[in-house]
Design a protein around this ligand. Sequence first.
Ligand code: PHE
Length: 342
Amino acid sequence: MKQALNALKKEAERTLKKITVQSELFELETALLGRKGKLTEILKGLKDTPKQSRKAMGVFANRIKEDVLRVFENKKQELDEKQWASLAQDEWNDLSEPALPVKARGHLHPRTIVGEELEAVFKSLGFMVLEGPELESDFYNFEALNFPSNHPARESMDTFFIKNQPGWLLRTHTSPLQVRAVQKYGAPIRAIVPGRVFRNEATDASHEHTFYQLEGIMIDKGISIANLIAVMKELLQGVFKRTVEVRLRPGHFPFVEPGFELDMKCLLCGGAGCSACKHKGWLEVLPCGMMHPRVLEFGGVDPREYSGFAFGLGWDRLVMMRYNIEDIRHLNSGDMKFLTQF
Ligand code: PHE
C-alpha cells in the first residue's frame, strides 16, 4: 500500500509538469483525488492492513494526500499567474476605433426629472436634501406632529399599519421628517425631504396607494408667512420656468398654525378659467403653513426664539401638471409606451 501511495505521488508530480491549461489540471485532480479517484481506490486497502500498522498507514496516507494537494495548489497558482500575464499582454486599447452606435439610450423617469429640478432650486436657496425611513413609528408620523392618539385628523390619512407590530406603520406623508430633521440638526435649518409615502386608498386617476411628496422646512429667528410665499413662488417658477402668481387659502393640518392651501394661477388660461383648472382659474398645488409651536418643541427648539414654515408638495401632482399627464397611475406603471415619452 505504501508503494501504491508513493507511486500516486510520483505520478501526480510527473503529470503535473506537463500540464499547461486549467482544464487538464482539473481532470487530473479528479482522477487522482476525486471521490472515485485513485486515492480512494488505494485507501480501500486500509481495511486489509494488519491492525497494528493500520493507524500508521492511515497517517502516512494522509501525509501523501496533503503533499499531492500542495503540488496541485502550486500548479494552480502558476497557471493563474500565467493566464493573467498573457491577458495583460493581449489586451490593448485602440483609441481611434469608432464607438459602436448606441441603439437604445436609457432615460430618466419624469418624476426624477422634476425631482432634480426641485433639488436644484432648493440647493440654490441653501436647503439641505434629507431622507427618512418609509417604515415609520406612530410617534413621528402622528404624535410628534400634534395628532394625539384620538385626534380625528388621523382619519384623514388612511394608514397602512404593520401587522402584529403596534406603533409601526408605512409613513402617510413626509412630514415626520419635520421633527426628525430638527432633532438631528437643530435650528436654524433649511431642508427638503423628497420621498415615497403610502396610503390605503382606492386608486383612481388622481389617487395612488404609493406616491411621492417633497417636504420642506425653514426655521430661523423671525421667519414669517412672507418668507413662505417667497420660497413657494421660487419653487413653482423653478419648475414651470415662468412667473407664477400664488394665493393662500386657509387649510387645516394639526402641525401648522396657521395652515394654508396654496394655489397657483392657471398657466394655461391666466386665471380666466379653462378645462385644466376646472374653470376656477386657480390650481391647488400645495399645503403649507407656519410650524406649530408644539412641533418645534418636539424637535427640541424653543418656539419663543424660533419660528418656521413647512410645506408638503405633492411631487407626483406637480409632475402631472408639468407634463399634462391625465392619470397618476401611469407614473408607477413601468409601461414603456408611457415612459419613453420623456
Ligand atoms: N403632510 C401633509 C399631507 O400629506 C401636507 C403638509 C405638509 C401640510 C406640510 C402642511 C405642511 O397632507
